[in-house]
Design a protein around this ligand. Structure first.
Ligand code: NAD
Length: 468
């Protein structure tokens, strides 16, 4: 068992108090993370502010070269970090698990390193020249969740660094160790203070809240629940911080009557159950036309019942446990309530510890919590519809608007329906596929701002218009 340390100004920093991090598969202690407070936050922000002076003055080519070094570090440490993710997060090493997460982290880092900020010439005439330039903001505070701890950290860190900002990152108390290690490694290839990491268990004084209110942090990039994102927005208003908020989703899928149920079952399953359903843009409710409803349910159940669930360190596990007790209890409550009215087609009963088998329930409506709330666990409610117009209304009947999908053998028709869904990303015959060159943003309460690609890079800058 290891006591991890913070990294502040390139120094390993210990604290008086530590908190335990347990393996959700078996409850064993994985390591202990330092309990940082206001003093450590002030130190980290000061180190990042100091580093910003020379980091922000670096040329585009220098920033690119540094980000390429960071990418190499991530690739080089991918096995070590994948094991840490599995131990503290619970997801399997294999399949769409922690090795896959590390592959994503390296891919996003490499792509972002290769982007750059171009000066735009808005006018160049006898009357004068007008240029739109983009400038780094200063110290960026990154606050991450527990579902994809390393990949989401990379989504925050790389565009911040690439545009000349410095970073203080705070991971979720449920999965702090992989981020502590990640930053320790990245720090070795960057100037002191460019990247810093703090951890806290959220008991007592809340470190994330302190970051959102900190006068010397210029931007918060936050990924997490809607409720916490709203708190961040409130705290950030005092200091007019720039914000990127990637929040919860309750993605709907609509299945049209012309599908081949057996052909779409695998895509539906992984769209919903990737990372055990603990994924922001997972398929969380499925509206299926009455003509194919029973056949789609049967095909889904036939596929799902063969998925091995177990300890993430076992080579053959495809899904692991729910990550933490709070999430387990919330999820189990939604399923228990849904069972009163719905038909349980698969699963429905809790397993040992934090394990819960893939669960598919039909016969529900938008009035049921399993449908209307973000369940964030291994369950998919299937809702029968007769009229496509009704299905579109039901799909849009949510404060969330992260993703959505339409399933049909007629791609033109599917695109037509997709264009009417109120969400930031929409997929045809798949769900949840994201990539570093495609902007990702939530509509409605699912977020504010954009991640990935050139648009994502711009979020870490302010514009300056130069008239000459
Ligand atoms: P959470 O909101 O509980 O916590 C997220 C982070 O915020 C953690 O680091 C936490 O310590 C911190 N935090 C807690 N209180 C805070 C406060 N008052 N001020 C600032 N920070 C505070 O979310 P979670 O349970 O870790 O993650 C699950 C949620 O994240 C789900 O709703 C999921 O949909 C969402 N999510 C969204 C995306 C996306 O890109 N849209 C990606 C992954 C997860």
């Amino acid at each position: 068992m290891t006591d991890y340390h913070l990294t502040i100004g390139s120094q390993p920093v210990t604290t008086n108090r530590y908190f335990d991090v347990k393996n959700p598969s078996n409850g064993e202690l994985v390591g202990r993370a330092p309990q940082a407070g206001k003093a450590e936050l002030d130190l980290a922000v000061a180190a990042a502010a100091e580093a910003f002076i020379s980091w922000s003055a670096k040329s585009d080519a220098e920033l690119q070269a540094a980000c390429e070094k960071v990418t190499a570090v991530i690739s080089g440490a991918s096995e070590e970090l994948a094991h840490m993710i599995t131990l503290e997060q619970g997801k399997p090493l294999n399949g769409l698990g922690s090795r896959w997460e590390m592959g994503g982290a390296a891919a996003w880092a490499g792509y972002t390193a290769g982007l750059s900020l171009k000066t735009e010439v808005l006018q160049d005439t006898d009357e004068g020249r007008v240029e739109l330039c983009r400038k780094p903001l200063g110290v960026v505070g990154s606050i991450t969740p527990w579902n994809f701890p390393v990949m989401i950290a990379i989504w925050h860190i790389l565009p911040a660094l690439r545009t000349g900002n410095t970073v203080v990152i705070k991971p979720s108390p449920n999965t702090p160790l992989s981020t502590l290690k990640l930053i320790e490694l990245i720090d070795r290839v960057l100037p002191a203070g460019v990247i810093n990491v703090l951890t806290s268990d959220d008991d007592g004084e809340n470190l994330g809240a302190m970051m959102a209110a900190h006068p010397d942090i210029r931007k918060i990039v936050f990924t997490g629940s809607c409720a916490t994102g709203q708190k961040v927005m409130r705290s950030a208003s005092e200091t007019m911080k720039r914000l990127t908020l990637e929040m919860g989703g309750n993605d709907a899928g609509i299945v049209l009557p012309d599908v081949d149920p057996a052909a779409i079952a695998e895509g539906l399953f992984w769209g919903a159950f990737i990372n055990n359903g603990q994924t922001c843009a997972a398929l969380k409710r499925l509206y299926v036309h009455e003509d194919v409803h029973d056949a789609v349910c049967e095909a889904l159940v036939a596929y799902a019942r063969n998925i091995p669930v177990g300890d993430g360190m076992n080579d053959d596990s495809a899904l692991g446990p729910i990550q933490n007790q709070m999430q387990f209890d919330k999820f189990a409550g939604f399923v228990a309530a849904a069972k009163v009215k719905g038909n349980v087609l698969l699963g429905g009963e809790p397993g040992i510890g934090l394990f819960f088998p893939p669960t598919i329930i039909s016969g529900l409506s938008n009035d049921d919590d399993l449908v209307s709330q973000e369940q964030f666990g291994p369950a998919l409610p299937v809702i029968k519809y007769a009229d496509l117009e009704d299905a579109i209304v039901l799909a849009n009947d949510s404060d969330n608007g992260l993703g959505g999908s339409v399933w049909s053998s007629d791609v033109v028709k599917a695109r037509e329906v997709a264009s009417r869904l109120e969400c930031g990303s929409v997929w045809i015959n798949k769900h949840g596929a994201i990539q570093p060159n495609a902007p990702f943003a939530g509509a409605k309460s699912s977020g504010l701002g954009v991640e990935f690609g050139q648009e994502g890079l711009h979020e870490f800058t302010d514009i300056q218009v130069v008239f000459s």
